[in-house]
Design a protein around this ligand. Structure first.
Ligand code: HEM
Length: 483
């Protein structure tokens, strides 16, 4: 018995010695060859925890801005948000890095066209092939039609349509929901300028259908969600496409007609103009709403605006003034700062590109097929970049100068950037600055309701208000035709 025990002990001793020796040899060889210390080839960004199938859809859908801010605290400056049918990898970096990697990244790695395809094709009905072939020339055409050389003529036309709308829509005095009133005022003027009078007159139902379409837009862009479940969206889209198909030939004398010529494919022209209509309308009226409301909510800001428009508006209204972009921004600098500051605060939560091949970003590899995303809304709330970042402080742009290029080509991402930057940027700025100047020159305006919050659930585009907000206005000056 004793001998058997001794033999077992001896064997287990040898066995332990053998195993330890083996482990020692393997670890030493692995260390020497760098096998244990080498980083894995691919380090993918952390993925935000979510639910099976739904990923982070519920949290992201409830309040995308807050969700991204909390993910950033938890996971750092690069992380992936998984939604049904879509992986979105967010990067947060200095403005220089964002411009270098996101807006001006190599076209072999990052694509704007593929990034917006779910919208241009699934929502607006453009053919994938036609769109990617024509995209660059469409963009160049629109940029030139709405560019600096045409601004004097476009600005005079905008002013005339604003005056028409002050007469017919606003009247002498009233209490109205500001969002609805400004939507009608700006949409009518921009439609008449960009698409032409004849098209606007032939399409009276356009705005009502557009409002329904726009309300459902984000939900309809969700991958895997069948559109037949979204009846109001399908109906309004059909009606919009039918109206555009019936009337687009009336755009012949308007800037947008050049786009149809550049496209050269009659079959898909309605979808193309539908995309352009959405771009023209979807952001500008919300931007005008917030600029007006923020100015009204701050007596000091309002006082400065009034002083400036009193001085500049007689010249603005003179047919002799050449209304170049430089003239407008240098004669209305403070109003321009107010518009830029609004566009900082209300910017889109998400801007998007598609990753075409695995790409390196810092220590991470971002996967081919992911959507690469930045968040203008989060970036614009960096306290290190913008002191009192949640407050409306128009003076913060004074150092940079009133021309929008000085602001939007540097610190703000509201209009995107790189080759695919919004082609309507200059036109939109002129549209907003002129509207604010004329409204405050012609009317005494006061807030009736408290300033509403930004709509929390919205992820794309200039934020809409979460509640209605009434203004009371009374004319200060007589407009011809307004007795
Ligand atoms: C406050 C108003 C506006 C804002 C904030 C805005 C913002 C943007 C942004 C962020 C993009 C995408 C750029 C990128 O991701 O790099 C874009 C694209 C575009 N915008 Fe604007 N925009 C505004 C007004 C306008 C207006 C008034 C027009 C036309 C009259 C317009 C026409 C377009 C078009 C056609 C595109 C698509 C360009 C493409 O497909 O490459 N936008 N806009």
């Amino acid at each position: 018995m004793e001998t058997a025990k001794a033999t077992m002990l001896l064997w287990s001793g040898w066995w332990l010695f053998g195993v330890s020796l083996f482990v020692f040899v393997v670890v030493t060889v692995a260390r020497r060859s760098g096998w244990l210390t080498r980083k894995p080839k691919y380090t993918y960004p952390p993925v935000c925890k979510g639910l099976p199938f739904l990923g982070s859809a519920l949290e992201f859908g409830k309040n995308p801005l807050e969700f991204l801010q909390s993910c950033r605290k938890q996971y750092g400056d690069v992380f992936t948000v998984v939604l049904p049918g879509r992986r979105m990898t967010f990067i947060f970096a200095s403005t220089e890095q964002v411009r270098k990697y996101f807006f001006n990244g190599p076209s072999s790695l990052i694509s704007f066209t593929a990034g917006v395809e779910p919208f241009t094709c699934r929502i607006f009905g453009m053919s994938k092939k036609d769109f990617s072939l024509a995209h660059r020339s469409l963009l160049t055409t629109l940029r030139s039609e709405l560019g600096a050389k045409n601004i004097p003529q476009l600005a005079h036309r905008l002013i005339n349509y604003y005056l028409d709308n002050f007469r017919s829509l606003w009247g002498k005095k009233n209490e109205r929901d500001a969002s609805e009133l400004l939507l009608k005022t700006l949409s009518d003027a921009s439609l008449r300028v960009v698409f032409g009078d004849e098209f606007a007159n032939a399409s009276p139902s356009l705005l009502n259908d557009f409002v329904v379409f726009d309300e459902w837009f984000e939900l309809a862009a969700t991958p895997l969600l069948p559109h037949f479940l979204l009846r109001p969206f399908v109906t309004s889209r059909r009606r919009l496409l039918d109206t555009i198909a019936a009337n687009w030939k009336y755009t012949k004398n308007a800037p947008i007609y050049k786009l149809t010529e550049a496209y050269g494919n009659e079959g898909n022209v309605p979808s193309l103009l539908f995309t352009a209509l959405w771009a023209t309308w979807s952001n500008a009226s919300s931007a005008s709403f917030w600029t007006l409301i923020y100015i009204l909510a701050d007596e000091k800001v309002k006082y400065k605006v009034l002083a400036e428009v009193e001085k500049a508006s007689p010249l603005l209204l003179s047919s002799k003034t050449e209304l170049s972009a430089e003239w407008i921004f240098s004669n209305l600098p403070y109003v321009s700062y107010c518009v830029s500051e609004t566009l900082r605060l209300c910017a889109s939560v998400v801007d998007i590109r598609k990753v075409l091949a695995d790409m390196e970003f810092g220590e991470f590899t971002i996967r081919q097929g992911d959507y690469l995303c930045i968040s203008p809304a989060v970036a614009h709330r960096e306290d290190s970049m913008f002191s009192q970042s949640e407050n409306f402080v128009p003076d913060r742009f004074q150092k940079q100068g009133a021309h929008p290029n000085a602001v939007f080509d540097k610190d703000l991402f509201t209009f995107g950037g790189g080759f695919y930057k919004c082609p309507g940027q200059l036109f939109a700025m002129v549209e907003l600055v002129l509207f604010i100047a004329l409204a405050f020159y012609l009317y005494d305006i006061q807030l009736v309701d408290p300033v509403p919050k930004l709509k929390e659930t919205q992820a794309v585009g200039i934020k809409k208000p979460s509640a209605s907000c009434r203004i009371y206005y009374q004319w200060k000056r007589r407009l011809a035709g307004m007795e």
